[in-house]
Every structure is written in structure tokens, then in C-alpha cells.
Design a protein around this ligand. Structure first.
Ligand code: NDP
Length: 277
């Protein structure tokens, strides 16, 4: 079994990012818009900022109190859109319930939308001419490319259909000529859907949900799940019981997780080069 090492793949992405930074006329900068004090969001923003500083990228956190009104957030996004020294804007999700995620995200200038969540960037991806690709699905594709796992003609199952993981990933796999099924909470006969698939990507947020009875011998398994169980982080796949059945699998932690930030940095570099050229 091959352990798909996301840290190793992320390192190779960072090497390329460093090279790209050196070719830019200006140091790239990203703004993290953070509403409220959700501890998980704060941790994510901190690790993104830490990675920026390790790479020599500028970053700033734009914090708002939980009860901020939408107009205030939107007008700040507008000023970040105009700021010449800001190349990427990331609104950390989730937003508090009184703010509309769609309305807020749609205000980000598409060329600064490094999380690839605006309608324009989602549309470009859907049409097969992506500009920015959402970071987690992009990271999964990068892992598959690094380990030279060919997808053409394979049966792929994506378990989960969120806007940030499942849906865009299904599109990307389809563009690589896999035959793609996207399953979700209403799917009937999920076990059979899984066992006939050559590659299974699980992004549902249910600890150890996918067990060995759901996996075909020799399949490739990508586990996106990040679930805090007591003091540990576990994936959506029952790794210990699945690993001996598969040809390749991502561990949690150390699989998809490290790739998400790496691809954010890659998107930021693309954003900066599009704006500075
Ligand atoms: P969402 O909660 O947005 O979506 C979950 C999806 O899973 C939905 O489509 C839902 O179906 C489906 N689902 C839930 N329960 C079941 C079930 N029992 N059977 C089949 N399908 C089910 O999650 P995200 O996509 O945002 O995240 C998924 C997981 O990935 C989480 O653990 C999250 O923490 C992790 N994650 C990890 C990242 C990383 O960097 N590694 C980045 C982003 C997320 P329906 O649509 O029908 O409700």
C-alpha cells in the first residue's frame, strides 16, 4: 500500500511557489477576512498566515466582531478589491448565520478570489477552463498527479457534494476522464456504489464512516475528513481497517490537510501574476 504523503507533495508545491515569488515585481499579499471568534476558524487563519510568513508572502487578518452587519463586511471587501497591494481575499467560513455567505462571497473581485468560490470562478471550472480551483479539490488532484495515479477510464466515487469539496472535485475528476458518481446523504445503496469504484474520495465529516466492507480490493482512497474525536483528529475513513485492502490511501492527518494551504498559496501566486502582468 502506498501512503499518499500530503506533506511531501505540499513541499514540492512550496518549492514552485518560492520560484514564482522570485519572478514577481512585487511581494504578494493576501487578506483574511474573519468574522467572529470561532476557534477552529482562528486556528485555520493562523496556520495560513504562518505559512505566508514562511514563504515571504505578506498577509493581514481583517477581523470583525460576530455581530457585525453585512454592509460593513461588504464595504471592507470592496476596499480590499480596490487595494493595489492586496492580491488575494479569503473570507474564512463559516460566517455567522445572520450574514449571507452567497452575498458576501459574491462581492470578492473574481481575480482576487483565491478560494475560488465566486460564481465566475465556479463557472469557469464547470466549463472546463478553470482560473482558480478550490484549494482542497486542487490539492487532491495534485496528490494524484504527484503519485502518477492515472484517472482516465476509472470509476470514481465522490462521497459528499459541498460547494468547496465534493462538487468541484467531481468536475475535476470528470475532466480527467474518470467516470464520476457523486454520492450524498440521500444516496441509496451507498455500499455498492463504493465497492464498485476504483477511486473513492470521502468528504462528509463523519469519523471513520467508510469501513473495509465499502472498499474494493486495490482501490485508491482519499480521505478529506477532519474530525476532532476526543483529543485526536480522525478522517472519514476507518484508516486502520481499510489500509490493507487498498493500493493507495491518504492518512489523516498528513494527507489532504497540508495540501489545502499549499494550493491556497499557489492560487495567490496566480492571482498576483494575473494582476501584476
Ligand atoms: P459539508 O458538511 O459541507 O458537506 C458534507 C457532505 O457529506 C454533504 O454533501 C452531505 O450530503 C454528505 N453526507 C453527510 N453525511 C452523509 C452520510 N451519512 N452519507 C452520505 N453522505 C453524507 O462538508 P465539507 O465538504 O465542508 O467537509 C467534509 C469534511 O471534509 C469535513 O470533515 C471537513 O472538516 C473536511 N474538510 C477538510 C479539508 C481539508 O483541508 N482537508 C477542507 C474542507 C473540509 P447532503 O448534501 O445530502 O447533505
Amino acid at each position: 500500500v502506498i501512503l499518499l504523503d500530503g506533506k511531501k507533495v505540499a513541499e514540492s508545491v512550496y518549492q514552485k511557489v518560492l520560484l514564482d515569488i522570485s519572478l514577481l515585481p512585487q511581494v504578494p499579499k493576501i487578506s483574511f477576512v474573519m468574522v467572529g471568534d470561532n476557534p477552529a476558524s482562528a486556528t485555520y487563519v493562523r496556520s495560513k498566515a504562518k505559512r505566508c510568513s514562511a514563504l515571504g508572502i505578506q498577509s493581514e487578518t481583517v477581523p470583525f466582531p460576530t455581530d457585525v452587519d453585512e454592509t460593513t463586511v461588504v464595504s471592507r471587501i470592496h476596499s480590499l478589491n480596490k487595494a493595489k497591494d492586496v492580491h488575494g481575499i479569503l473570507v474564512q467560513l463559516p460566517l455567522p448565520p445572520h450574514l449571507s455567505r452567497e452575498r458576501v462571497l459574491s462581492q470578492i473581485h473574481p481575480l482576487k478570489d483565491v478560494d475560488a468560490l465566486t460564481t465566475e470562478n465556479a463557472g469557469l471550472l464547470f466549463q472546463g477552463t478553470p482560473r482558480f480551483v478550490p484549494c482542497t479539490p486542487a490539492g487532491i488532484m495534485e496528490i494524484l498527479k504527484f503519485y502518477q495515479i492515472g484517472l482516465s477510464g476509472l470509476k470514481a466515487l465522490v462521497l459528499g457534494r459541498s460547494e468547496i469539496v465534493g462538487k468541484p472535485l467531481a468536475q475535476l475528476l470528470l475532466q480527467c476522464n474518470a467516470t464520476v458518481t457523486c454520492a450524498h446523504s440521500k444516496t441509496r445503496g451507498l455500499d455498492e456504489e463504493c465497492t464498485r469504484s476504483d477511486i473513492v474520495v470521502v468528504a462528509i465529516g463523519k469519523p471513520k464512516f467508510v469501513g473495509p466492507q465499502m472498499i474494493k480490493q486495490g482501490a485508491v482512497v482519499i480521505d478529506v475528513g477532519i474530525n476532532r474525536v476526543e483529543e485526536n483528529i480522525v478522517g472519514d475513513v476507518d484508516f486502520v481497517n481499510v489500509k490493507d485492502k487498498v493500493s493507495a490511501i491518504t492518512p489523516v492527518p498528513g494527507g489532504v490537510g497540508p495540501m489545502t494551504i499549499a494550493m491556497l498559496m499557489k492560487n495567490l501566486l496566480l492571482a498576483a501574476s494575473l494582476q501584476l502582468k
